[in-house]
Design a protein around this ligand. Structure first.
Ligand code: PDD
Length: 284
């Protein structure tokens, strides 16, 4: 078995898959993407990821190249050829190849890539992280999962230079999200997260967390949160498809809450693991 990628209708070895220098993804960052976790060879929340992909495509006026069944066929082919049963599927769609580098040049068809990668964290791992707080320097359409990630990358680089794993972001003192994740905070046993808006990506993991919290009588309140509420929180965690739930135990020089992983973070992490397991146990 060898790892393969899907590129424009062909299954290829990763190092044999090439894209033209005139691809608008390469020249302009003109495209969108998705990252879908796969557990025990089963894509997690596939429909929701594909719905969000279609929304991103519609926002930038690209027709969806495949329907749900076609996506599933290609994704399954990659999963069954991958060396591990847990992985992450990266989908990228760009506007395609044009005749010359012109901002408005037209293209015949989009470029479609499906690529497997290892998962960032070990299966079911609960790993605390450090974060720093930075001003959100990104554009005003962070709800589109754009491949133009320069803002996110600069923020992550700044976090790394300060030995932090994630940058938590604010605009005019209001929290938005992490550079690669959504953010939750706990105060007096209540959980809060910033509401959906053009300033955050509507995370699939974020939605799952809100949904399953109800089963544990934990209500998650979606409201605008200030920087001082972040510093005052008893617990903080970030969520994403590659991190699942990662407790943030330090922000800049400040220890969050009592230090260590908080009680509600632990409950939510185990609820998330049980939810994953219940999907794997149910007939497919
Ligand atoms: N990023 N916000 C941002 C800016 C993100 O980049 C991500 C995930 C999220 C969480 O979304 P989800 O729960 O659907 O993964 C929120 C992915 C994993 C990435 O860029 O690799």
């Amino acid at each position: 078995m060898s790892d393969i990628v899907f590129l424009n209708g062909s299954y290829l070895k990763k190092h044999e898959a090439n894209v033209s220098i005139l691809d608008r993804g390469f020249l302009f960052g003109d495209g969108v993407y998705e990252v879908i976790p796969v557990y025990h060879q089963t894509p997690f929340r596939l429909k929701e990821h594909l719905d969000r992909l279609n929304q991103s495509l519609s926002s930038i006026n690209i027709e969806p190249p495949f329907n749900e069944n076609e996506w599933l066929t290609h994704i399954n082919e990659i999963i069954t050829n991958y060396t591990d049963k847990h992985l992450s599927i990266y989908i990228q769609i760009t506007r395609g190849v044009s005749e010359l580098r012109d901002h408005l040049a037209s293209t015949q068809k989009p470029t479609v890539l499906i690529m497997p990668s290892p998962l960032t964290i070990k299966f079911s791992e609960l790993k605390p992280i450090n974060a720093i707080l930075l001003e959100d320097i990104r554009w005003q359409h962070c709800d589109i999962k754009s491949i133009s990630l320069l803002g996110n990358i600069l923020l992550k680089q700044e976090a790394l230079s300060q030995n932090a794993d994630e940058a938590l972001l604010h605009r005019n003192n209001l929290l938005t999200e992490g550079a690669t994740s959504n953010i939750f905070l706990v105060k007096n046993n209540q959980v809060f997260t910033p509401p959906k808006s053009p300033f955050i990506l509507s995370g699939i993991t974020r939605d799952v967390i809100i949904e399953i919290a109800q089963q544990y009588q934990i209500t998650i309140i979606e409201k605008e949160l200030t920087v001082s509420e972040l510093y005052d929180a008893d617990e903080v965690w970030v969520s994403s498809s590659s991190r699942e739930i990662s407790p943030v135990t330090q922000i800049n020089d400040k220890i969050v809450g009592q230090g260590g992983i908080g009680a509600i973070s632990k409950v939510m992490h185990s609820a998330f693991q049980q939810f994953k397991q219940s999907l794997l146990d149910s007939p497919r």
